[in-house]
Each structure stands twice: as C-alpha cells, then as structure tokens.
Design a protein around this ligand. Structure first.
Ligand SMILES: NC(=O)c1ccc[n+]([C@@H]2O[C@H](COP(=O)([O-])OP(=O)(O)OC[C@H]3O[C@@H](n4cnc5c(N)ncnc54)[C@H](O)[C@@H]3O)[C@@H](O)[C@H]2O)c1
Length: 320
C-alpha cells in the first residue's frame, strides 16, 4: 500500500501550484478531499494548468511571490514548496528570481509551516548532483556542481534550500521532508520550455527536425508525472526527512528518446545534432532504494505509455 493513502490533510498550500508538477499535485490533492491553496506568481506557470480545479469549492489561488512573506487566513497542515523556475530556459532567463525563490521563498514557506505546525516538503532536484561522478546517484552522493556555472542559479538555489530545510528541522523541530525529483514529464509541459520531452514532441508534431544535443548519448531518467505525484504525496504522508530520490531508474539516451518520439507520433521528422549546453550532465539516473524501502514507491508507467499520453495531450492542444 502507498504510505500516502494512510494520511490525509485538511488543507495544503502548494507553492508553484500553477506550474507543471504543482498543478498535478493540486488536482490530486483536491481529488483526495484536501482543500488546496495554490500560491503562484505565474512567472512560469499558466492559469490554464489549474482550469480543471479553479472553480472547485476546495481550491483557492493566491497570486503572490513567495520571496515576500505570505499571509493566509486559513491554517494549512501541509506545505508543498514547489515554486521555482525549473527548466534551463526559464532559470537562465530568471537567474536572480530563481536564487531568491530557492532561498527567501524557502525561508518564508518554512516559516509558514512552522507557524501552523504543518508538514513541509521541499521540491529539490537531481540537479543537486551536478554532472555526477557516481552512477546511479544515491542520496548520500554529494554531487559535482560548478558553483559559478550558468546552471548554478538553479543547482545552488536548490542546494541552499535543502540546507535551510535541514537546519530548520534541527533548530525548530519543524516537520520537514525533501524530495529530489529527477526529470518528470507529462501533460501541461510547455512546448518551448527547452526540456527534451516537450521539445521533441513539439518538433515531431510540427514536422521539424528533432534537435538532439551533442551526440545524443547522454542519458536521462524520465518519470511520468502521475508517478512523481504519487511519490511526492507518499513522502509528504510519511515522516521521512530525506532527501529522497524520486525518479525512474530506467535510463534512456537522448537519441533513443528522439527516435521513440518520432515512432510514437508517426512523424516524418529527422534528427539534427546541435551543440551541447555548458555543464550539461552526461548521465542522470536515480538510485531509488530509499523510496522503495521507506515509501513503498516506484514508478509504474512505462515510457511508451507516458509518452503516448503526453503526445495525445499535445495533439489535442494543437487541433483547432
Ligand atoms: N519537472 C521536473 O522534471 C522537475 C525535476 C526536478 C525538480 N523539479 C522541481 O519541481 C518544481 C516544479 O517544477 P515544474 O517543472 O512544475 O516547473 P514550472 O515552471 O512548470 O512550475 C513552477 C511554478 O512556480 C511558480 N513560481 C516560480 N517562482 C515563484 C515565486 N517566487 N513565487 C510564486 N510562484 C513562483 C511558477 O509561476 C510556476 O507556476 C520546481 O521546484 C522544480 O525545481 C521539477
């Protein structure tokens, strides 16, 4: 049984709730009977992501920047801190905002959780491992991050957020958890957010060449968003402090991914090789022993199924 099913919350705050992962969390929590307050500044999120729950009586949107203290009338018993630009295209465009959201934003949301005696969960990332020298990456690996490279605004913001969350639990006894998400994909991603899955799908559906960086041998692990959300709520429902990796250990190279997308879309697109970005990791694969053991969680959706569902969603949006 999923640990998450054994715990329900009355009221959850989801920061970044209008984003890709956050909006799926909002939908799932509302479906489970939890009242949800979504806090979002819409810097990278979209109103349409929450259109399915917007009119639900248990759903409230607060348009606010979490780097400023947020005052709520209601008392949450769960705070899921997911606000942050997440795709390289976004955080390279918003470098200071990204650093402030990971630092000041995390501080403010920890204060909100502490004031209400709520469980707090930080969305961290596999990017804390940088360009890893250990493969697959387990939680006790400290990472290989360039602190002044272009990706540092994201990587170091998340690393600082993890340090702050850990210190908060030690200093104030706040009930905290940290989830390190590996690449997640699914409906509601933006076709131009620069991440491989939506980029390939958009290009394949438009009949454009799929732009694979480098020689395409670099690998990623791709987890379908429903699996990721189930893992996050399992971690939230547990007393695990973490960090805990959540991702799909089935590794796929970028070239394989491009070919799979071409096959599943039935596209006539070709593959075009382009330069690889600075500090782009060569390998990325989670060791999920901890999530399996402590949360009884592992991904269930095979890449073909998840990609087919994502492609169907993109197609639906393309049709007139
Ligand atoms: N999608 C992934 O593969 C992945 C992988 C690892 C970690 N994560 C983490 O999960 C979280 C969500 O990622 P996503 O892919 O859904 O990204 P996203 O860009 O779709 O969503 C982020 C949301 O946060 C909001 N936001 C950003 N800064 C804010 C601020 N200061 N105040 C209020 N709202 C703010 C944005 O408007 C957006 O709605 C992020 O914290 C990200 O680091 C995601």
């Amino acid at each position: 049984m999923d640990t998450a099913l054994s715990r329900n919350w009355e009221r959850a705050v989801v920061t970044g709730g209008a984003g890709f992962v956050g909006s799926h969390l909002c939908t799932e929590l509302v479906a489970r009977g939890t009242a949800v307050i979504c806090i979002d500044d819409f810097s990278t999120g979209r109103p349409e992501n929450i259109s399915a729950v917007r009119d639900h009586p248990d759903f409230t949107v607060v348009e606010a920047n979490v780097t400023e203290p947020v005052h709520l009338d209601a008392e949450p018993d769960l705070v899921l801190h997911f606000a942050s630009p997440a795709s390289p295209a976004d955080y390279l465009k918003l470098p200071l905002h990204t650093l402030e959201t990971g630092s000041l934003g995390t501080r403010n949301m920890l204060a909100l959780a502490r004031a209400n005696g709520a469980r707090f969960v930080l969305a961290s990332t596999s990017e804390v491992y940088g360009d890893p020298q250990q493969h697959p990456q387990s939680e006790d690996y400290w990472g290989n991050v360039n602190p002044v490279g272009p990706r540092s605004v994201y990587d170091e913001a998340k690393r600082f957020g993890e340090a702050l969350t850990t210190a908060e639990a030690g200093a104030h006894g706040t009930d905290t958890g940290i989830v390190r998400l590996f690449n997640t994909y699914g409906p509601r991603m933006r076709g131009h957010d620069g991440r491989a899955v939506p980029t390939f799908i958009r290009q394949a559906l438009d009949g454009d060449p799929l732009t694979v960086t480098g020689d395409g041998c670099q690998t990623r692990s791709l987890c379908y968003v429903d699996d990721t959300v189930r893992g996050i709520l399992a971690a939230a429902g547990s007393d695990l402090r973490g960090p805990v990796n959540l991702g799909n250990p089935a590794e796929i190279s970028m070239l394989e991914l491009a070919r799979l997308v071409i096959e599943l879309t039935g596209s006539r697109s070709s593959v075009r090789f382009i330069d690889r970005p600075t500090d782009d990791p060569a390998v990325r694969c989670p060791d999920i022993t901890m999530a399996r053991g402590k949360l009884q969680w592992e991904p269930r959706v095979p890449p073909r199924d998840g990609l087919a569902r994502t492609i169907a969603w993109f197609r639906e949006r393309q049709s007139p």
